[in-house]
Design a protein around this ligand. Structure first.
Ligand SMILES: [Zn+2]
Length: 177
């Protein structure tokens, strides 16, 4: 594992711990001392994805990652959360213990997980992956989004004050003069 800063091939492991079915190692370059993290996971037996048209293809982690990244584009998400999400989806898929999994199952798992991370990304992903079976499903997703947005006014927008509050303020200022 080459140091990403200086290319030195020798690094020392300063911490390692299990995450899911893999191992996370914190490494330090012996030359420039920069630190980085590697993940090691078992190459599982081939998992086949059954596509809508019945064709089968190997499960492709990168493809899933690309799809989710696209849905999360320009969303204010913490660094590393997308990779972690894909890790978790992958672990969940292998835990199913099946040789073949319909593509819709992956989509459903991803959609469900995205819902708790980011509503916009959730809707984007769902609209591509599930092609929203019907308008009611799309409306439902948008409604949930609108509800959650209504609770928190956009940053920078002032709270609306009532007419009474406004008059009270004006009165107050007048009294001060
Ligand atoms: Zn280095």
């Amino acid at each position: 594992m080459k140091c990403p800063s200086c290319g030195e091939p020798e690094t020392k492991v300063i911490d390692s711990r299990g995450v899911g079915d893999g191992i996370r190692r914190r490494r330090q370059c012996i030359v420039c001392n920069s630190r980085f993290t590697t993940y090691e996971r078992l190459q599982s037996a081939n998992l086949l994805i059954v596509k809508k048209d019945g064709r089968r293809e190997d499960f492709n982690r990168d493809k899933l990652l690309t799809g989710i990244r696209k849905a999360c584009e320009k969303r204010p998400l913490p660094i590393g959360i997308i990779e972690k999400l894909v890790d978790n989806i992958e672990i969940e898929l292998y835990r199913l213990g099946k040789a073949e999994v319909p593509s819709s199952v992956i989509g459903d798992i991803a959609i469900e997980r995205l819902q708790s991370i980011d509503h916009i990304a959730h809707i984007r992903f769902a609209s591509v992956y599930r092609e929203f079976a019907d308008l009611a499903t799309l409306k439902q997703a948008v409604d949930i989004l609108m509800e959650s947005k209504a609770k928190e006014p956009p940053a920078g927008q002032l709270r609306l004050i009532s007419h009474d509050e406004f008059n009270a303020n004006r009165g107050g200022r007048r009294r001060n003069k």
